[in-house]
Design a protein around this ligand. Structure first.
Ligand SMILES: [Zn+2]
Ligand SMILES: [Zn+2]
Length: 139
């Protein structure tokens, strides 16, 4: 059965690192994977909620581009995916709703993208661009 992180009292520490939008996403992820590895792969350095949504959308996009990760990043992705309920957990997350920052409209997550630059949701009406000016839109 999938763990429902929405009812946990505290978000994992990993969320804050991935939401540190002062750095490019790849750099944030690199720091996150290092922190997780150095902690002995503590679950607290995994991510949930929007941070996980961003991470997994990035992973799916990168996989489509035939991206390859180093072993540690691969292990981290596997750990974060498992902690969020694996494939059923991802499907459940996609059916949740959130607002796009561009129009304030509510969408199912399966129908919306996320900007890895500012971590805001953006909808298709922007054609893969984000008002923040960065172009790392995935999902
Ligand atoms: Zn919008
Ligand atoms: Zn943005």
């Amino acid at each position: 059965m999938a763990v429902d992180h929405a009812h946990n009292s505290l978000p994992p520490s990993g969320n804050a690192l991935l939401h540190d939008t002062s750095r490019p996403f790849a750099e944030r992820l690199g720091r996150l994977v290092r922190a997780w590895a150095e902690s002995g792969q503590e679950a607290d350095w995994l991510v949930n909620g929007r941070a996980y949504f961003a991470l997994w959308c990035w992973h799916l996009t990168d996989a489509r581009r035939a991206g390859r990760y180093d072993e540690e990043t691969t292990a981290y992705l596997r750990g974060a995916h498992a902690a969020n309920g694996g494939a059923p957990g991802w499907d459940a997350l996609l059916r949740r709703r959130d607002f796009c920052s561009c129009h304030g409209e509510q969408w199912r997550l399966e129908n919306i993208s996320i900007c890895l630059g500012c971590m805001d949701h953006v909808c298709y009406q922007l054609g893969g661009r984000c008002p923040c000016g960065r172009t790392e839109v995935v999902g």
